[in-house]
Write a protein that binds this ligand. Structure first.
Ligand SMILES: Cc1cc2nc3c(=O)[nH]c(=O)nc-3n(C[C@H](O)[C@H](O)[C@H](O)COP(=O)(O)OP(=O)(O)OC[C@H]3O[C@@H](n4cnc5c(N)ncnc54)[C@H](O)[C@@H]3O)c2cc1C
Length: 387
């Protein structure tokens, strides 16, 4: 059933769904197996305008908004959680930050090529010793007469080693802790930058992930996004947007696992009947149904709030973290239950369930772990009590 989408949003959903089913699905298993990021497919998604939902027409976008972006992301992630990540990098992370904090020059230079996928985006907060506690990062940016010099390294960065443009967070004044963090818009081909692939990981094999080393990397003064010291504020703004993308991807995975389990439960015969006739299997499917429906509604609500910030009265963070937390847990639950419905056939690689099972686990870590989302959610209640 449709969810009161506008005609435009429904058309976008159908286009993304058709693309996922007709262009991505036929090669998804082979690409995952070989760890291939199919750039031709990504370029086609760019040509269809799927990465242009946030930006105004003058930069090549449609400005349909975060709900539209979430709908498209969900549909692609349903077939390929790996290519779902691309939506985050091209759109929710880099473009949203540039649109809100970038100069006109930065926007004109980078947004059109991110939409068409002629440029590949990334954002880098995480380091080997810095995960949830982002303000403890060690990458530094030393100011010089004509710019800044970056030194340090980043870990677990999506889009690496293919990224051509990145939002790099570094400390310009470590004494000031989070107030000493600055966001830089960096050409990832700048001398001194090395991007290394992380080839061994549990899932998302068609989504490149890697490490970035910065060794005396000279960036100009106009690489600063906002002003020095704005980095933490920009990171929190960005994480609201990237968490929404993650929530949309996880809702897509939860939905796909439900659909696959429903199909298999109808087809699989044991004790002379379809296993869907057994009440315990029905219980599993009913719970998966409720979980993914709830996850989707939370994504749509959070995205609607993001598109209607004034009407919704303030920051979207509580609703974003709710959707992100619930989506991640629902996707893991759905993949786990689907594995049980498929039993040994789920454990094998003939069916895609084990892929979703592996990919779903990423949602509990990326863009802030499930614990961190619960902390953010609960912090709202403490503040409310004080007032
Ligand atoms: C596939 C993949 C892609 C990624 N892409 C990117 C990217 O593009 N850019 C980027 O910057 N990062 C990226 N990351 C990194 C990811 O965002 C971090 O791994 C994540 O934020 C968690 O950090 P950590 O792994 O260091 O865990 P830690 O912070 O070390 O946490 C370890 C455990 O302690 C818990 N914990 C920590 N602090 C608290 C607390 N205050 N309260 C309760 N529990 C707590 C956590 O919940 C977790 O269970 C990616 C990671 C993966 C796996």
């Amino acid at each position: 059933m449709d969810f009161g989408f506008t005609e435009e949003q429904a058309m976008l959903r159908d286009m993304a769904r058709d693309f996922a089913q007709n262009e991505i699905a036929p090669t998804v298993e082979a690409d995952e197996e070989k760890h291939v990021y199919n750039e031709a497919l990504v370029k086609k998604m760019g040509e269809l305008g799927l990465f242009g939902c946030l930006a105004p027409e003058k930069y090549g976008g449609t400005e349909m908004g975060y709900l539209a972006a979430s709908i498209a992301t969900l549909e692609i992630a349903k077939e390929s959680p790996s290519y779902g990540v691309t939506f985050n990098l091209q759109m929710n992370a880099v473009q949203s930050v540039l649109l809100a904090f970038g100069t006109e020059e930065q926007k004109k230079k980078h947004i059109p090529s991110l939409i068409t996928a002629d440029a590949y985006g990334c954002f880098a907060l995480t380091e080997a010793d810095t995960g949830s506690d982002v303000a403890s990062m060690r990458t530094t940016a030393q100011e010089t007469a004509d710019g800044f010099v970056l030194n340090g390294s980043k870990m677990w960065i999506s889009g690496v080693p293919l990224a051509t443009v990145g939002i790099i967070y570094a400390m310009t004044d470590r004494e000031k802790k989070h107030r000493g963090m600055t966001a830089f818009l960096v050409d990832m081909k700048t001398p001194g930058i090395e991007q290394r692939a992380i080839t061994e990981k549990l899932g998302l094999h068609s989504s490149p992930t890697g490490e970035i080393i910065f060794e005396d990397v000279k960036v100009p003064k106009d690489a600063v996004i906002g002003k020095p010291g704005d980095g933490f504020k920009i990171a929190m703004f960005m994480l609201d947007r990237t968490r929404l993308s993650c929530a949309a991807r996880s809702a897509g995975v939860a939905e796909k696992c439900f659909e696959l389990a429903k199909k298999y439960a109808n087809e699989r015969i044991q004790f002379g009947q379809s296993i869907i006739n057994f009440q315990m299997v029905q219980d599993q499917l009913a719970r998966m149904w409720c979980e993914h429906e709830a996850a989707k509604l939370l994504v749509f609500k959070a995205a609607w709030i993001m598109d209607n910030l004034e009407k919704a009265g303030g920051r979207p963070t509580l609703h974003i973290s709710t959707a992100k937390y619930y989506g991640a847990e629902s996707a893991v639950m759905a993949a786990n239950e689907a594995m049980k419905v498929y039993a040994s056939y789920g454990y094998g690689t003939e069916y895609p369930i084990e892929r979703y099972y592996r990919d779903a686990k990423s949602y509990q870590s990326v863009e802030g772990t499930s614990n961190i989302q619960k902390t953010i959610i609960a912090r709202n209640f403490i503040e409310e009590k004080k007032e």
